[in-house]
Write a protein that binds this ligand. Structure first.
Ligand code: UGA
Length: 435
């Protein structure tokens, strides 16, 4: 099929590359012409394992083409995806103005096609599909296009695998013809992964996306609340999670305690759902608390450091990890950055290591170190903020020898605390030992 994807951000580029790899002709469109130029030179706008190779192969084969607008495409398009940003307005409500602009561009460019399905994939408030439909109807007869909502559930760092092996595909469509076109597009993925396909109304599909991300955030804040209680009870959160997370109705995933959730999606979508609910006359108090816990757990962690140093932060700290989670260079809403910022504000001197982030885009005055052991040299404590495997595999005996004081604060509950204690470290995490 001929597919255009408006927006080559995370979701747009991954979707474009995978659909091209599946044999479709895909046009990745971005109004940012310098980004388009870079993509044509095969320079990736972000780090995502495996993506560069798929983009390179499909681009060189001619299955993936990059351009700046729909106007540049001569082929007749079967499907057009909207994958643009919906950044929060001041009150947290998602700004759909780029979705509307994309709809206008589509509206002006589908007249020559026999039948085009527009897929609204950007995370946008329930009702956005209706808005897009109204824009398209102004210039095009109703039977010339179909519109569906198809929320994405990709996780950064496993986005390719999540595309090919999704837990489910949700298609919000009120028109059978449009639904079948999109189902056919995803057929190779459905065949291979055997994932279920859920057909529902567009407005329901739009809500599914918010409900999913807000629930994941809720699980994390819940686990963090239990972890803080574990500290008080002198018990280990890992055992407690094992015990209750193995109940299939609960599920063990997304119960890892630490300095909280971040990234470009969970914080934005929790805020978004609170604000969407408010617009419809409902206070989503539960989610407000989820946000409060997510903020508090960072202060709780800092408090542990403060206690150990009697409130005197004028020390040298080795800080490990900047990105919001491992295997990505994404710093958006990174809990690691927000803890680092608090430490600096308290007077801490930090030497920071991250396996992929070089620090040039960090708005804080920080000293980066290309080598974790160098970062730790002469430090009064090492603070782990992102759970890269590389950090789990450090030579802690060597680290012990390099540090001024062998103290470790583990903000991601990622290290083997017992082993570190046996090596002579003082070890602190959130909700297990040494707290
Ligand atoms: C999230 C969702 O997981 C995806 O399903 C969704 O498609 C995506 O948002 C989106 O809306 O585009 P992502 O932002 O890539 O994906 O990151 P997650 O893997 O969900 O992690 C989010 C944050 O939660 C990270 O800071 C991570 O460290 C933290 N986290 C995750 C925990 O603190 N504990 C956990 O148990 C899991």
């Amino acid at each position: 099929m001929n597919v255009a994807i408006i927006g080559t951000g995370y979701v747009g580029l991954v979707t474009a590359a995978c659909l091209a790899e599946l044999g479709n002709t895909v046009y990745g469109i971005d109004k940012d012409s310098s980004k388009v130029e870079k993509l044509r030179r095969l320079q990736m706008p972000f780090y995502e394992p495996g993506l560069d190779e798929i983009v390179k192969n499909t681009y060189e084969k001619g299955n993936l083409v990059f351009c700046s607008s729909l106007k540049e495409i001569n082929d007749k398009l079967d499907i057009i995806f909207i994958c643009v940003g919906t950044y929060p307005l001041e009150d947290g409500y998602p700004d759909v103005s780029d979705v509307k602009k994309a709809a206008e561009e589509i509206s002006e460019n589908i007249a020559g096609n026999e039948y085009t399905v527009v897929v609204q994939k950007s995370t946008a408030p329930p009702g956005t599909v209706e808005i897009v439909k109204e824009i398209l109807q102004q210039k095009n007869p109703g039977e010339s296009f179909g519109i569906v909502s198809n929320p994405e559930f990709l996780k950064e760092s496993t986005a390719i695998e999540d595309t090919y092996y999704p837990d489910r595909i949700v298609i919000g469509a009120d028109n059978e013809k449009a639904f079948s076109v999109i189902r056919d597009l995803f057929d190779p993925i459905i065949e291979k992964s055997k994932c279920p396909v859920y057909k529902m109304k567009p407005i329901e599909a739009e809500l599914v996306k918010y409900a999913a991300n807000a629930f994941l955030a809720t699980k994390i804040s819940y686990a963090n609340s239990i972890a803080m209680l574990c500290d008080k009870l002198g018990s280990d959160i890992k055992n407690v999670v094992k015990g209750f997370g193995s109940d299939r109705r609960i599920g063990a995933e997304f119960l890892k305690s630490g300095i909280g959730y971040g990234g470009s999606c969970l914080p934005k979508d929790v805020k978004g759902l609170i604000s969407i609910s408010k617009k419809h006359g409902m206070d989503f108090n539960l989610l407000q608390e989820v946000e409060v816990v997510n903020d508090n757990v960072k202060d709780y962690f800092i408090e542990k450091i403060s206690k150990e140093f009697n409130g005197d932060f004028k020390k040298e700290f080795a800080v490990f990890g900047l990105s919001f989670k491992p295997n990505t260079d994404d710093l958006r809403e990174s809990p690691a950055l927000s803890v680092l910022e608090k430490l600096i504000r308290l007077g801490a001197k930090t030497k920071v290591h991250d396996p992929v982030v070089d620090g040039s885009h960090v708005h804080l005055e920080i000293e980066m170190s290309g080598d974790p052991y160098e970062a730790a040299r002469n430090s009064h404590a090492a603070i782990f903020l992102t759970e890269w495997d590389e950090y789990r595999n450090l030579d802690f005996k060597k680290l012990y020898g390099l540090m001024n004081q062998p103290i470790i604060f583990d903000g991601r509950n990622m290290l083997d605390g017992e082993m570190l204690l046996s090596l002579g470290f003082k070890y602190f995490d959130i909700g297990s030992i040494g707290s």
